[in-house]
Each structure stands twice: as structure tokens, then as C-alpha cells.
Design a binder for this molecule. Structure first.
Ligand SMILES: Cc1cc2nc3c(=O)[nH]c(=O)nc-3n(C[C@H](O)[C@H](O)[C@H](O)COP(=O)(O)OP(=O)(O)OC[C@H]3O[C@@H](n4cnc5c(N)ncnc54)[C@H](O)[C@@H]3O)c2cc1C
Length: 544
């Protein structure tokens, strides 16, 4: 990037920036992307991991928003079937629910609530059009309890099951980045933008610091695209007066072991909270995730789950469950910030392309894209590049609408090879389905096992990750530190705060071989990782 310069420099390697890099590369632009930390280390590893239209927005009559997200959900399933899978959501209704799904009103005594909800779910199915997953169904109380045995029977009056998608947010971000790289995008993590060079009020280059080595570079860029998420305002401020105000809204999730909340393969939607929201209980490997909260304000540099956040989620969940969860059942928690826009551009230049996201002309000619959701990342990228094309007078094309993400092609052959490998290495069903999440790329994981069969071993017994993934993430996903590996590529910390600590030296040894670390460097990585986990645990023991 520093040697040759780029047409477009994207700042931010979350799902938004990754989508923009892919869209730009697919339109034939020379694109670079930088992130000040690891890819997906911001909000994009801290979501509920759903590809969804947002049933809740129906109650606000936000049909365009829901339709847009449902169409993108459908495209995600079509373009990345290995990564985005349909998931059923059991939605129970209870006598005590006053405004389920944030309905604007209910009739006295809740008369007709269930019929109104059913009409809403029918509309949800219809808005998805040809890209729909499966029609919702009404469930008897007995059948709802069969699908979601954790739920309380008392007071349940009716139930439904509807369908959305589930993904792995971090792996999705990495996959979009890999797809962009295959089309020539240049990517750098641990590369922070510190400032810009400008000529006649237009940015001509970005000053970038390698945060691992301290070296600095100047990258010449035709256009800067700011995809800094909750940090977008700060990035604008580096070039002049920021015109947007991000109003961060914190969302917290808890992880509990699956046996604590008896559930089948479907997720559960708790239809009402004291602040008129929904809570999802989502099966995730051998765990259940519970979330999310929505609170204004907080420190975007240090997203943490507070004691109040944890208590809130436990209280709401316990209202609906037969058994009671306690703080002792929580084995991990995580927090992220939604990059919500609180004010439009002061100069009136904001183009509001949809209710979910905003493409905005920032200072120095940068284009800022913010808001939105994981599900709409491709549409956000498309709108951003359309905005640039209008500015430069180039023809508008939409190449990513039908573009398979890396791994979508060659998936059937790879799946068959994974089944054969499973027999050879004694992999259980969880490992098999994890390896298959790489789609056609799984062949690289199998190659690693073929090179060295010890890499086929699981890293911890009850989670589906093998040492072969460690090698893969070094070679193909730019994991540079032990924390990148354990926290994001394997996301062990999200599934259990402490489980990465014991295998850390063994993981570091494999990384050392791949990345050329000395013994001292590997030991230092283990020390730093253990320190980070201890810090996290200390924070959680004070907050819990
Ligand atoms: C709790 C929660 C649950 C959610 N659940 C869902 C869901 O289930 N489905 C869904 O569709 N959406 C969901 N969302 C929304 C979705 O997660 C976010 O909209 C999305 O992840 C935002 O991605 P982003 O790339 O804009 O931001 P981020 O992922 O935060 O990326 C911004 C990046 O910019 C980098 N950066 C910042 N400053 C600089 C700098 N100076 N130089 C270089 N890089 C910089 C950061 O390091 C960061 O990696 C959820 C959001 C939250 C908070």
C-alpha cells in the first residue's frame, strides 16, 4: 500500500469496512484496508450472530427496513451457505405479556394479540419474497415446550416458530476479507490511521502507524472510506470538523453451558422485556448465548459487561425459564457498541439511503459509512461505492449481489472430504460442522492435518476447534498474536473466559512454527495472553 498507493483506502476492518473493500475490489478498484487492531476486533465479533430482518421493526411499521434486511439475509444464505444457516426461532406468548415484540398497542385483556402477531409473522415471510427461508408456523403449547423445554409452561397461551439465519460474525468478516484479497485488495491489521495529508482541502494520503512495530507509513489514496464503526466520528475529526455524532449504544451477551438451559436446535425469543425489547437465547456449539441489552453511553474503548447488565439479562431470562440461572452459571460475557447516528450532517450533505445506515460526505472528501447491521453489510458497501461512482462519474455496477463468498464454491467436494477425514481423525459432529463452516476452504484445513496428523487434535475437549485451524488462521487469516488466535479465530474467550489459558502454550508453539517466533517471543505471547485474561477476569469479578 505504502509503495504503490491505492484508489480507495478503507479505514476499519469490521464487517462494514470488509464489505466495502470487497465491493470496491469487485468493481475493479485498487483498494487497501487497514484496522488499528485485529480484523473484527470491534463490534463485528460481539453481535448476536444473526442474519435477520428484525421482526421487532415490524411493530414500528418500518417495512422498507425489514424488507432490505430480509433480502440481504437471503443473499447471505445464497452467497455463503457454508457460513449462514437457517435457524428456527421459537416465540412463546404468555398471559403476562403486555406488549410482545414491542407492539405499539394491545387490546384490553390481550384479546387478539396472538392473531396480530401471526399477521406480523406472515408479513415477515412475505417481505422476504423469493429469498425467504421457510414460512412461520403456529405451535401448540405442548409442541413449543417440546422444541424449547427450558420455557415455563405456566401462563404460556400460544407460540410460533419463524425462521432467520445464524452466522459466525468473526468468520464472516474474515471470509469477506479473504474474498476481497482474492480480488486484489491489500489488507493490514494493526495499522492505525493517525492523520491525513491534504491538498486544497482534499485528502491525498493517510498517515498510518504499524501498532506492533511502531513504524509509520504514508499511503497515497484517491478516496478515503471511513468504516470506523463507533470510532467513525474520531476518524473524521482527524481530517477536519466531524459532521456526525455517533451515539454509542452498548449491547451485552452472556454465555452459559448448554445443559443449564435445555433447548433443542432452535433459538428462543423472549417476547418482552421491561424496556420493551426482545431477548434471544441462541444455541452456539455447546453453549447458549443470551442477549442483548441496549443502553446508551459508555466507553467505546473499553466495552465491558457491567454487573447491572448481567443482572438484567439473568432477571429477564429467569422470568421465562423453568429453572433459574445464577451468576455462577455465566461462563463468559461480552459487550459491543452499536454505531448509531444521533445527528445528521450539519452541512446537509448526508444522504440517508435507508433507515439502517448512512453514507455521508466527511471532511477532506472522505466518505463515511456507518450505522446498519451485520446482515446489511453488503448493501451498505454497495450504497457507499454507488456514492463514490456518482461522485467520480463512473458507471454503477452491483457485482456482489450474486458473488459467492470464499468457500461457497467447491463446498460439496470439501464437505465429502471432511466426512472422510472425520472417520480418520475420530472427529465428533461438532468438529465436523465447524470445519464445514470453511466451505471449499476446508481443504486447506485437511491439508494441514495431512501434513501433520497431530494438528487434527481438538484444542479443548468440549469445543470444536482443532490445531489445524491455528495453522490455517496463520496462513490465510493474518492472525498475528496469540490473542488474535484464541479470542477471534477460535473465539474461545466468547465461549468460556478461561478455557484458552491451559492450551495457550501449545497454540503458541504451533503459531511460532508458522510465524517464525523465537521461544522467547512465544513465551511472551503466552504471558501477555494470560495477563489479558486475568485482567478480564478481574474486571468480571468486580462487575459480577
Ligand atoms: C450487541 C450487539 C448485537 C448485534 N447483533 C446483530 C445481529 O445479530 N445481526 C446483525 O445483523 N447485526 C447485529 N448487530 C449490529 C452489528 O454487529 C454492527 O452493526 C456491525 O458489527 C458494525 O460493524 P462495523 O464494521 O461498522 O464496526 P466495527 O466492527 O466496530 O469495526 C470498526 C473497526 O474500525 C477500526 N478502527 C477504529 N479507529 C481506527 C483507526 N483510527 N484506524 C484504523 N482502524 C480503526 C476498529 O478497530 C474496528 O475494528 C449487533 C450489534 C451489537 C452491539
Amino acid at each position: 500500500m505504502a509503495h504503490e498507493g491505492v484508489d480507495v483506502l478503507v479505514i476499519g476492518g469490521g464487517i462494514t469496512g470488509s464489505g466495502v473493500a470487497l465491493e470496491a475490489a469487485a468493481r475493479g478498484l485498487r483498494v487497501g484496508l487497514i484496522d488499528k487492531a485485529d480484523f473484527a476486533s470491534g463490534t463485528s465479533s460481539k453481535s448476536t450472530k444473526l442474519a435477520h430482518g428484525g421482526v421487532r421493526y415490524l411493530a414500528h411499521f418500518d417495512f422498507a427496513l425489514v424488507k432490505e434486511a430480509l433480502e440481504e439475509r437471503g443473499r447471505m444464505i445464497r452467497n455463503a451457505p457454508h457460513l449462514v444457516k437457517p435457524l428456527g426461532f421459537v416465540l412463546p406468548l404468555y398471559k403476562h405479556n403486555k406488549r410482545p415484540l414491542d407492539m405499539p398497542f394491545v387490546l384490553p385483556g390481550g384479546i387478539g394479540t396472538s392473531t396480530i402477531l401471526q399477521a406480523g409473522l406472515l408479513l415477515y415471510d412475505l417481505l422476504a419474497g423469493k429469498l425467504g427461508i421457510r414460512m412461520h408456523r403456529r405451535l401448540s403449547v405442548q409442541n413449543a415446550l417440546k422444541l424449547a423445554p427450558a420455557l415455563k409452561r405456566e401462563g404460556m397461551t400460544s407460540a410460533f416458530i419463524y425462521y432467520d439465519g445464524q452466522t459466525d460474525d468473526t468468520l464472516l468478516t474474515m471470509t469477506v476479507l479473504r474474498t476481497a484479497a482474492q480480488r486484489g485488495a491489500l489488507l493490514a491489521n494493526y495499522a492505525e490511521v493517525l492523520g491525513f495529508e491534504q491538498a486544497s482541502g482534499t485528502i491525498t494520503a493517510a498517515h498510518i502507524k504499524d501498532t506492533l512495530t511502531g513504524e509509520t507509513y504514508a499511503v497515497k489514496a484517491g478516496t478515503i472510506i471511513n468504516a470506523g464503526g463507533a470510532f467513525a466520528g474520531r476518524i473524521e475529526a482527524l481530517a477536519g470538523e466531524s459532521q456526525i455524532r455517533i451515539s454509542p449504544a452498548k449491547g451485552v451477551h452472556l454465555t452459559v453451558p448448554r445443559e443449564k438451559v435445555p433447548m433443542g436446535a432452535d433459538a428462543v425469543v423472549l417476547p418482552e422485556t421491561p424496556d420493551n425489547r426482545l431477548i434471544f437465547l441462541v444455541p452456539w456449539n455447546t453453549r447458549i448465548t443470551i442477549g442483548t441489552t441496549d443502553t446508551k453511553g459508555g466507553d467505546i474503548d473499553q466495552p465491558v459487561a457491567s454487573a447491572d447488565d448481567v443482572q438484567y439479562l439473568l432477571d429477564v431470562t429467569n422470568d421465562y425459564l423453568q429453572t433459574k440461572l445464577t451468576k455462577a452459571d455465566v461462563i463468559s460475557s461480552w459487550a459491543g457498541y452499536r454505531p448509531l447516528i444521533s445527528a445528521a450532517s450539519a452541512n446537509g450533505a448526508t444522504s440517508k439511503l435507508s433507515r439502517t445506515h448512512v453514507v455521508h460526505d466527511g471532511p477532506g472528501g472522505m466518505i463515511t459509512i456507518t450505522g446498519g447491521k451485520l446482515t446489511t453489510y453488503r448493501r451498505m458497501a454497495q450504497d457507499t461505492l454507488d456514492h463514490l461512482a456518482k461522485r467520480t462519474g463512473t458507471p454503477i455496477t452491483h457485482p456482489t449481489q450474486e458473488l459467492p463468498l470464499d468457500g461457497a464454491l467447491g463446498r460439496a467436494e470439501a464437505d465429502a472430504a471432511v466426512d472422510v477425514a472425520a472417520k480418520r481423525y475420530g472427529w465428533n459432529a461438532d468438529i465436523v460442522s465447524r470445519v464445514k463452516e470453511y466451505g471449499g476452504e476446508a481443504c486447506h484445513i485437511l491439508d494441514c492435518c495431512a501434513e501433520d496428523a497431530t494438528l487434527a487434535r481438538p484444542i479443548v475437549p468440549d469445543l470444536p476447534y482443532t490445531f489445524a485451524e491455528v495453522v490455517y488462521a496463520c496462513r490465510y487469516e493474518m492472525a498475528l498474536t496469540l490473542d488474535d488466535m484464541i479470542t477471534r479465530r477460535l473465539h474461545l474467550n466468547f465461549e468460556d473466559w478461561t478455557r484458552g489459558v491451559a492450551p495457550a502454550p501449545a497454540i503458541a508453539k504451533v503459531m511460532a512454527r508458522e510465524l517464525g517466533w523465537s521461544e522467547a517471543e512465544a513465551a511472551e505471547q503466552v504471558r501477555r495472553y494470560a495477563e489479558a485474561v486475568a485482567r478480564e477476569q478481574a474486571a468480571s469479578s468486580t462487575t459480577l
